[in-house]
Design a protein around this ligand. Structure first.
Ligand SMILES: Cc1cc2nc3c(=O)[nH]c(=O)nc-3n(C[C@H](O)[C@H](O)[C@H](O)COP(=O)(O)OP(=O)(O)OC[C@H]3O[C@@H](n4cnc5c(N)ncnc54)[C@H](O)[C@@H]3O)c2cc1C
Length: 464
C-alpha cells in the first residue's frame, strides 16, 4: 500500500479548483464541520478535502487529484456506512451526494440513477409508474453503498438482492478513465461490483430493472418477549416455504412512543415480525394467518400501504448523528440452540433504538449462484444484524458491549461470514470470510482495475 501525504499543494489545488464545477471544502472553510459529518455519530473523521462533485467530470478531476497528490481517498454517497467508510482522516473524500439525476424508462422497466441518490429519491421516482427497485428497509440509505455491497430489503425474496436487478454501471477508475460495466462490457468489473463494494472505482450511475410494486401489505405483529422462542421457531419454519410474495423480518425491539402504537405498548420490549407482502391483502392474510395468531400477540396490524411510505416509516426514528454500532452474520438455518441464545441476549436490548433483525434472504435471492456475483452467501436463509443505537455518546460502551456479547453468542451457529454492508471495520479476516471463495477472483479484478489500492477506505480487497 502506498504511503499518503497529509497536506495539499496550493498549486495543484488551484488547478483542481479551475476544473471543478461542484464545491471543494477544506478544513478552514465554514461548511467543513457539517460536510464531514457521517450518519454514524460514533465516528468522527477529519479529511483534508471534501470534493462535492456535480458530475462525472468532477469525479474524474477528483480521482486524478487524489492520485497526483498521493492522498488517502474515500468515496462518499449516502454517508450511511456503519463503519464510517464514506470518509477518512487526513485525505480526500470524493462526495457524490449532489449527483441526483434519475431517469425512469417505463417502457423498458428500467431506471438510471446517479450515484448521489438515496433510496427515497428512487422510490419517489419509480412509484409514479407503479414500479420499484429492490432496495433496503429505509429511505435515507445511499443507493451507491447499499447496491455495491449487495442490497437486502423487503423485496429480496420476491425479486432478489439489489445487485440482482443491476443492469449496468458507469465507473471512474483509479487511472481517471471512465468505463461502463455490464454483462457485455467489462464483465469482470461488473461481476466484482455486485457485492465487492467501493473497491474498484467511483460509480457515477447505476441502471436498474424495476418491478411492478405499488401498494404493499405492511405492518407488524408483536408478541411478549416470553413467547420469542416459539415465535422464532415458527418464523424460521414459515419463511423457508412461504410464498415469495410474502416477506417479513424478525426483530427484538422496544416499541417507540409513537402515536401509531397503543399507549400501553410504548417503551415495551417485545419481539415481532415486520411484514411486507407484494400480493393482495387476501393473499397476505391467508399466507400469514397461522403464524400471526400464534400465542398471544400484543398487536397485529397488517394492511395496504404505498411502498415509498413503508420505506420511509423508520426514517424519523433512525435520524443522522446517532451513536451506532452493529455486528452481523449470515445463517443458513437457525437451530433450536441458536434460538436459545437469541432468547438470552435479545431481551437485553440496552436502549430504545437498539434492535436485532433477522432478514430473510431466500427465494429469488437464493436462485443466483454463489459465484455469479461477488456477493457470496447465496445459500443463507437469514442475514442477522445486531444494532446498538442511541443518541447519547455516554451510552456508546453500553450499546457496543451488548452487540459484541450477543454476536459472540450467535457466531458459532453462523455460516461464518457477514453481509459486508452490516460490518464495522473488523479486519481482513472478516472481509475474506464474507467473500469466501470469491475473494481470490476479487483480488484479480482489483489488480487489474486498482493495482495501487487507491480505493482502500472500504471492506478492502487487497491487490496483493
Ligand atoms: C439506518 C441504516 C439502515 C440500513 N438499511 C439497510 C438495508 O435495509 N439493506 C441493506 O442492504 N443495507 C442497509 N444498510 C447498510 C448500508 O447498505 C451500508 O451502510 C452502505 O454502506 C450505505 O451506503 P451509503 O452510500 O449510504 O454509504 P457511504 O458511507 O456514503 O459509503 C459507504 C461505502 O460505499 C462505497 N461507495 C459509496 N459510494 C460509492 C460510489 N459512488 N462508488 C463506489 N463506491 C462507493 C465506499 O466504499 C464507501 O466506503 C443500512 C445502513 C443504515 C445506517
Amino acid at each position: 500500500m502506498a504511503s499518503t501525504s497529509t497536506a495539499l499543494s496550493p498549486q495543484s489545488f488551484d488547478l483542481l479548483k479551475a476544473a471543478f464545477r461542484g464545491e471543494l471544502i477544506q478544513t478552514t472553510d465554514p461548511g467543513y464541520n457539517a460536510a464531514r459529518k457521517l450518519y454514524n455519530g460514533m465516528i468522527d473523521k477529519h479529511p483534508l478535502l471534501i470534493a462535492k462533485c456535480m458530475d462525472v467530470a468532477d469525479v474524474i478531476a477528483a480521482v486524478n487529484f487524489g492520485v497526483e497528490n498521493n492522498l488517502l481517498t474515500a468515496i462518499r454517497a449516502g454517508g450511511h456506512n456503519g463503519a464510517g467508510l464514506g470518509s477518512c482522516d487526513d485525505g480526500l473524500v470524493i462526495d457524490v451526494s449532489r449527483m441526483k439525476g434519475i431517469h425512469v424508462n417505463p417502457a423498458a422497466k428500467t431506471v438510471r440513477v446517479e450515484a448521489g441518490c438515496v433510496w427515497g429519491d428512487v422510490d419517489h421516482a419509480t412509484h409514479a409508474f407503479g414500479m420499484a427497485v429492490p432496495c433496503g428497509f429505509i429511505s435515507t440509505t445511499g443507493v451507491a453503498g447499499l447496491t455495491l455491497g449487495g442490497g437486502i430489503g423487503y423485496l429480496s425474496r420476491r425479486y432478489g438482492l439489489t445487485i440482482d436487478n443491476l443492469l449496468s454501471v458507469d465507473v471512474v477508475l483509479a487511472d481517471g478513465s471512465f468505463v461502463t460495466a455490464n454483462d457485455k462490457q467489462n464483465p469482470d468489473l461488473f461481476w466484482a461490483l455486485r457485492g465487492g463494494g467501493g473497491n474498484f472505482g467511483v460509480v457515477t450511475s447505476f441502471e436498474f430493472r424495476m418491478h411492478p410494486v405499488d401498494v404493499v401489505q405492511f405492518g407488524p405483529t408483536f408478541w411478549p418477549l416470553e413467547e420469542s422462542a416459539d415465535v422464532l421457531k415458527a418464523y424460521r419454519d414459515f419463511i423457508k416455504t412461504a410464498p415469495e410474495t410474502v416477506s417479513g423480518f424478525f426483530a427484538y425491539l422496544v416499541i417507540p412512543p409513537a402515536p401509531m402504537f397503543p399507549e400501553q405498548l410504548h417503551m415495551k420490549k417485545v419481539c415481532g415480525i415486520i411484514w411486507c407482502g407484494t400480493g393482495t391483502t387476501d393473499e397476505m392474510d391467508k399466507a400469514t394467518k397461522a403464524i400471526r395468531s400464534l400465542g398471544h400477540p400484543l398487536l397485529d396490524h397488517v394492511g395496504p400501504a404505498p411502498f415509498p411510505m413503508v420505506q420511509s416509516i423508520f426514517d424519523g426514528l433512525f435520524v443522522p448523528g446517532l451513536q451506532w454500532y452493529w455486528r452481523a452474520d449470515n445463517f443458513t438455518d437457525l437451530s433450536d440452540e441458536a434460538i436459545a441464545r437469541h432468547t438470552e441476549h435479545g431481551p437485553k436490548i440496552p436502549t430504545m433504538l437498539s434492535t436485532m433483525h433477522l432478514y430473510p434472504v431466500n427465494g429469488a435471492a437464493q436462485r443466483v449462484g454463489k459465484n455469479e456475483t461477488a456477493y457470496s452467501f447465496r445459500e443463507a436463509l437469514f442475514a442477522e444484524v445486531i444494532v446498538g443505537v442511541d443518541p447519547d455518546p455516554a451510552n456508546a460502551d453500553k450499546i457496543t458491549t451488548w452487540c459484541k456479547e450477543y454476536w459472540d453468542a450467535l457466531h458459532p451457529y453462523s455460516a461464518g461470514g457477514a453481509y459486508v454492508n452490516f460490518m464495522m471495520d473488523e479486519g481482513q479476516e472478516r472481509v475474506q470470510a464474507s467473500f469466501r471463495d470469491n475473494y481470490a477472483r476479487l483480488v484479480e479484478v482489483k489488480k487489474k482495475y486498482d493495482p495501487n489500492n487507491l480505493f482502500r477506505v472500504n471492506q478492502n480487497i487487497r491487490p496483493t
